[in-house]
Design a protein around this ligand. Structure first.
Ligand SMILES: Nc1ncnc2c1ncn2[C@@H]1O[C@H](COP(=O)(O)OP(=O)(O)OP(=O)(O)O)[C@@H](O)[C@H]1O
Length: 462
């Protein structure tokens, strides 16, 4: 859940993020910051909601069930400010060390002393007493930084203008674009540019929710679901076509009547929420394949926003590369200040199928691996494609009929086993960092999360 106490202008020095599932903790922290009249507080109740907001903040308090993983993911999403991680009561020193290794600047154990946490965050935050802003709506610059977006290409100028136009409406927005183009960021920008900016911003990655939990996650069971928690604000349903049939049907009903029931309840409830849906596939294909209900699609597809792939954004690739270089050099403490001769040309020539996420990961890697004060072109060259597997031969086909053991059928391994091995090796190679592993595999992180959940579910059922 996100509340914004003042317009989210470009000055990230004045914003601090409080991410905690407990409303009491968020309230307590907001009150503590208010007592000092210090900084604007953005709130998120989970990591999914926190990620798109983090780039707008200079400091964050993060409480999560898996602190090490959450810290890593927040850092991988581009958050470079001061980060204090709140660990659960009874956490071990090992967990504290793991969170610090993953990128936390400081660790506190719950229950936390709010004044102490404010002191720790303010100590490392550049703007302690920001000017109070007078405008009610954020000023939306045409160049450079727009609600967390970087880029001044014509294609992105059109996106900013479209966000401004759509922000004024309450109608649902359908955001499309390839993986890594900034769809989640666009949903947060739509919220921040709207009159709902004081209300919560909630994000749900539908592809990461187990099917048995979907209805409850969206509509609630004994407590509120995402729709209720986003009352007065905006709800992003990421990869909406992954919702199961029951949840799609309830969502359609909610859009038509404005009312819904929590799972297993008979009482109807209402929620004043603006829906933003996103997908990295062509929604028409999902409708054609029956994955996404056609009637629901037309209800959701009232307003549309399309994020261009990075290869269509002129020289934004260099602007973004330089911004990421500066951010990661600061974060990693590396004395690197610029791209070396020839590096920009190599970057321009790359296809960036993973778009901004891929560029972001590439720059972090280059900053870590680079020597000297500038990054040479060799750091950005695409690796030669490797051909591990021979094309299936007649012999291999013949072996398929042979008896197998250990998942093998003759000499041929089922694809699912190979796939799992490759994915697990990539996750291990990146020290458990799923966004980085996904970028290296040229897949979206949500695909990896979905596969991991499916493996867990299978193990649970076997
Ligand atoms: N124009 C931009 N300027 C700065 N950072 C950006 C921009 N676009 C995307 N990013 C960053 O790139 C990463 C990927 O963005 P985001 O998660 O919004 O993409 P997405 O399209 O929702 O991806 P997916 O479909 O895989 O979920 C995030 O860390 C985001 O902050």
């Amino acid at each position: 859940m996100t509340g914004l106490s003042s317009p989210p202008q470009t000055d990230r020095r004045t914003c601090v993020l409080v991410c905690d599932p407990e409303t009491d903790v968020r309230n307590m922290m907001r009150a503590a910051f208010a007592r000092r009249d210090a900084l604007h507080v953005l709130e998120a109740e989970d990591l999914a909601a926190a990620m798109p907001l983090a780039v707008r903040c200079s400091a964050a308090l993060l409480a999560a069930e898996h602190p090490e993983d959450a810290t890593r993911r927040l850092r991988a999403s581009g958050f470079a400010g001061t980060l204090v991680v709140a660990l659960a009561r009874g956490s071990s020193v090992t967990e504290a060390v793991a969170a610090m290794r993953a990128g936390a600047d400081d660790v506190v154990i719950k229950p936390i002393g709010p004044e102490d946490v404010v002191d720790r965050l303010l100590a490392a935050t550049p703007a302690r007493r920001p000017e109070r802003r007078r405008r009610d709506r954020p000023q939306l610059p045409r160049n450079g930084d727009f609600c967390g977006f970087l880029g001044r290409s014509r294609a992105m100028q059109a996106v900013y203008a479209q966000i401004e136009r759509l922000a004024a409406s309450r109608a649902p927005v359908f955001v499309t674009g390839e993986s890594g183009t900034g769809k989640a960021l666009a949903a947060a920008a739509l919220h921040m540019a709207s009159t709902r900016q004081q209300g919560p911003f909630n994000a749900l990655n539908c592809s990461a929710i187990p099917a048995s939990y979907m209805e409850q996650a969206v509509f609630g069971l004994t407590g509120p679901g995402a729709i209720e928690r986003a009352h007065g604000g905006t709800l992003l349903l990421d990869e909406v076509a992954e919702l199961n049939a029951v949840t799609q049907s309830k969502l359609l009903n909610f859009l038509e009547k404005g009312r819904f029931r929590r799972a297993g309840e008979t009482d109807e409830r209402t929620s004043d929420v603006r829906l933003v849906c996103a997908t990295s596939r062509d929604p028409q294909d999902d409708v054609a394949s029956g994955r996404l209900r056609e009637d629901l699609f037309y209800r959701l597809n009232v307003l549309t926003l399309s994020l261009p792939p990075l290869r269509e954004r002129d020289d934004d690739v260099i602007l973004l590369a330089e911004a990421f270089l500066a951010r990661f050099a600061g974060e990693e403490g590396r004395p690197i200040s610029r791209l070396g001769p020839g590096a920009a040309d190599v970057l321009r020539a790359r296809p960036f199928r993973g778009n901004v996420r891929e560029l972001q990961n590439l720059m972090r890697r280059a900053v870590i691996l680079g020597d000297g004060g500038e990054l040479g072109p060799e750091l950005f060259e695409e690796p030669e494609p490797t051909h591990h597997a021979e094309a299936p031969s007649l012999h291999a086909h013949a072996m398929l009929s042979g008896s197998g053991h250990g998942g093998m059928i003759g000499q041929v391994e089922p694809f699912a086993i190979i796939e799992r091995r490759v994915i697990e090796a990539a996750i291990a190679a990146f020290d458990g960092n799923i966004p980085l592993a996904a970028a290296a595999l040229d897949l979206s992180p949500s695909t990896l999360y979905r596969k991991k959940l499916a493996w867990q579910e299978r193990r649970r059922l076997s």
